[in-house]
Design a protein around this ligand. Structure first.
Ligand SMILES: [Zn+2]
Length: 160
């Protein structure tokens, strides 16, 4: 599927346009620099006027990235699902002065789609990636494992 590399932000929002595609690591150099050794990311980018009446983008990313577990240094496949609502701002001052928690970005005439996806994925990556059940930690943390199972058992009882 042929698609543009960049969008005109405000026009994209006002026309409620949609773009979707798949990005591999080869198109995401900053992700590679931050320690990812593989990734497949499907994205859907939609232009919208949000509930405040402001133009913006809604970005949904699904996929996974391969990182290195910082405990055992083995590879770690991390599934990713993220939804970002980005409200357009006209200037950096507007972004700085905003007092709500809406995520804002500068509207541009040529906004790179891969950069938008990459920014959000980088924000979603853990600072210190670790296996949820890391082989290197099993012996040390067996106590914690037991209590996690007990918590699960308790939940199952509640659901019955
Ligand atoms: Zn590990």
């Amino acid at each position: 599927m042929l698609q543009p590399a960049a969008i005109d932000g405000l026009a994209f929002a006002r026309s409620a346009a949609t773009l979707q595609g798949r990005l591999g690591l080869e198109s995401l150099p900053r992700l590679a620099q931050s320690g990812c050794s593989a990734s497949v990311l499907d994205f859907v980018l939609k232009g919208e006027i949000n509930e405040r009446g402001r133009p913006g983008l809604r970005l949904v990313v699904d996929g996974s990235v391969r990182l290195e577990c910082q405990r055992c240094l083995d590879s770690l496949d991390l599934p990713l699902h993220l939804v970002a609502e980005l409200q357009f701002a006209a200037s950096d001052e507007e972004i700085g002065a905003a007092d709500d928690d809406a995520e804002r970005i500068l509207a541009g005439r040529e906004m790179s789609i891969t950069a938008l996806v990459e920014d959000e994925v980088l924000l979603a990556l853990p600072m210190v990636p670790k296996h949820e059940r890391c082989g290197a930690a099993m012996n040390v943390e067996s106590g914690a494992q037991v209590s996690a199972f007990q918590a699960l058992a308790a939940l199952k009882k509640l659901n019955k």
